[in-house]
Design a protein around this ligand. Sequence first.
Ligand SMILES: [Zn+2]
Length: 216
Amino acid sequence: MIMKLENENDLDNFIICHKCFTLHEEVAIADGSKACCRKCGYILYRYDSKLIDYGLALSFTGLIFFIIANFFPVLKIDILGSEQFITIPKTIFSLFENQFYIVGLICLFFIFIFPLMIFLINIMIFSMLKLQRGTKLTKELLIILSHIIPWSMADIFFISILVALVKLISFGQIHIGISFWALMVFVLIDIYITKNIHISEIWMLRKKVLLSKDKD
Ligand SMILES: [Zn+2]
């Protein structure tokens, strides 16, 4: 079968099954339901308008915990009677101070800039969907989001803190700070969002909410 695509947007009407790679034509489905692959039964897409409020609430909560995690100390260490407070920005800053520029830059992007951008972009996209505007901007933001998500390593960062914690215990007394718990909640929300709210689902939602409105 030869398909002639008039323009790039025509591609939007087709969807490939991620499991068996069968091409399907996308059809409108009811709110709260899902479309499955005809061949293998894999879920192709979902449509759930409740995802807007849900996504917005989750991204806002994540952002608040991210801010807390960066403002307060993650750990407090007593070494030979002197107290050391360890915060995330201070740690990144000290890497630059000690001329570990590459490691510093990697940390800055992977554990600070990218996670922050993911949450900010999610908030912007869900807010615009809620307000039913920004057809073009939401498309651009979703494209940026799809590029950043694979590079957000907040979960790996959290695990490395745990590893460092185990090693530091032998040096002196360690007290876990507020940021440690905030970071834990942030990482859990981050994992939950990236694993459960797929970009394809937001894409679908955008199409339903914004593009159908444009046609009216
Ligand atoms: Zn399939």
